[in-house]
Design a protein around this ligand. Structure first.
Ligand SMILES: NC(=O)c1ccc[n+]([C@@H]2O[C@H](COP(=O)([O-])OP(=O)(O)OC[C@H]3O[C@@H](n4cnc5c(N)ncnc54)[C@H](O)[C@@H]3O)[C@@H](O)[C@H]2O)c1
Length: 297
């Protein structure tokens, strides 16, 4: 079977100066994409800048015979997002793929959480995806083609101690992705999300003896597949790491239906509300509402 390639497709990858983003950039460029390697080059908590981070990855891509351009703007502002998309348009004339990957951490247990820990995390992860994706989406909509991949996290989808800021931003990206999938469908724009697990500077103190199995390059194939013209899905989430790829879905139990039910009805039928027998997985709000109406007939 032929290899999957990206001939001439233009990809913006945010936070691609290291970790996961660097791997995505190297693979897409190797397979023929024209890549904007964006990275502000700050520390894990988002402080500082370093223009050499993105440039080093561009140098690596070019040394391997690929095509890339560096961009040092921050995703955290609307101006930064617009400038990143402008870099792509100035260099390559269009945008086909956006990989929202830039990220920072400011962990703290909830009773100690503060706006200076909350706001920058929202600005980079959730608003950052909005800032970069919207100007790119306008181009994608015009050209009738686009692939958008956002980097969510199990910390938000499933919950993790000390990360109300990060978890909320990352779960926000799930909603962002699912609505984009609905809106983008008629323009051949597909939006999906990943929840990765990999050894990077962000996780190097957490992985223990599994570290050598969790290379960041193990996350890239599913991202590349979702970025490809042949991407088979939209509005989906994939958990990925260490060679494993799994679909994460949001399902609903059949539930308990009784118009006018009382508090005691709920207590007495709690098992029916919670039972996962016959659960369903709505593709979007219309699907979910359809099931609702069916029950109310
Ligand atoms: N490594 C994991 O196991 C894991 C798990 C879940 C989610 N993630 C997510 O994956 C993504 C990549 O993280 P990573 O593990 O490769 O860590 P990383 O720190 O190596 O990569 C994040 C990159 O984003 C860049 N960045 C930060 N703020 C930016 C800004 N405002 N504008 C542009 N670039 C900015 C950083 O400079 C850095 O290079 C992040 O969104 C992270 O939250 C990682």
């Amino acid at each position: 079977m032929a290899e999957l390639g990206y001939d001439g497709k233009v990809a913006i990858i945010t936070g691609a100066g290291g970790g996961l983003g660097r791997q995505h950039a190297l693979l897409l460029a190797k397979r023929g994409a024209l890549v904007v390697v964006n990275d502000l080059g700050g520390s894990i908590d988002g402080s500082g800048t370093d223009a050499s981070a993105a440039q080093k990855v561009v140098d690596e891509i070019k040394a391997a015979g690929g095509e890339a351009v560096a961009d040092h703007n921050s995703v955290a502002t609307p101006e930064g997002g617009a400038a990143i998309v402008k870099t792509a348009v100035d260099a390559y004339g269009k945008v086909d793929i956006v990989i929202n990957n830039a990220g920072i951490l400011r962990d703290k247990s909830f009773h100690n959480m503060s706006p200076d820990l909350m706001n920058p995390v929202f600005d980079v992860h959730l608003k950052g995806a909005f800032h970069v994706t919207q100007p790119a989406y306008l181009i994608m909509r015009e050209q009738g083609y686009g692939r958008i991949i956002s980097t969510s996290s199990a910390a938000g989808i499933f919950g993790n101690f000390g990360q109300t800021n990060y978890g909320a931003a990352k779960m926000g990206l799930v909603g962002f992705t699912r609505v984009l999938a609905v809106e983008g469908a008629k323009f051949n724009i597909k939006a999906n999300a990943i929840a990765p697990l990999a050894l990077t500077r962000m996780t190097e103190t957490l992985m223990g003896n599994l570290a050598d199995k969790l290379g960041p390059e193990e996350v890239t194939p599913i991202v590349a597949m979702l970025a490809h013209e042949d991407c088979p899905v939209s509005g989906n989430i994939f958990s990925v790491g260490g060679g494993r790829v799994a679909n994460v879905f949001i399902g609903e139990t059949q539930g308990y239906t009784k118009p006018g039910h009382t508090l005691e009805d709920l207590r007495d039928n709690w098992d029916a509300i919670m039972s996962q027998d016959g659960y369903f997985v709505p593709g979007n709000l219309a699907d979910e509402t359809g099931v609702f109406f069916e029950k109310l007939k």
